[in-house]
Write a protein of this length. Sequence first.
Length: 195
Amino acid sequence: MKLLNSYLLLLIVFLFSCNSAPVPKPKGYFKIDFPEKKYVLFDQPGYPYTFEYPAYGKVVKDSTFFDDEPENDYWINIDFPGFDGRLHMSYKIIGPNQFNRLVEDAFKMTSKHTLKATSIDELPVKGGPGVTGFVFDVGGNAATGKQFFVTDSLRHFLRGALYFNSTPNYDSIQPVEQFLYKDMQHLIQTLRWRN
């Protein structure tokens, strides 16, 4: 009987000791270890531009444009395999393309994100000699949060857009996007045109 009473007492203590209210844990994301900032010079013969890009990126020639060929051979992507991201860069020669139309197209392409964007900031940017343009900071769950175009307004026009191969979720992408945004700014600052 004593043994039964001991078990009952132990069971009652166990049942009443677990009466604390459950507390939900806040959402969390994985810790991201960012690589050290080191840059490599992109200086390929025949290309109308040079710039520095991060060593953890890989420059790849872009061979398609919506299942068609790009209008020239100078379209490239910078892949970031460690972040599953890509900076798409398209180059246009202003001669056959009207300068005003290229600028309008860059603004239109950015404004297409207004359905998902909470904000779009248009920030003027100045790089090296003859390099001016805009960086577009798109807030919210848009497909791309960072875009830019730079030009000398006479001959060269370069547009870039950073995309990630994942469903847009600003809270989870933001740390990586901000990290790569600094690299985008460095690319613009080191960009030089070849005539």
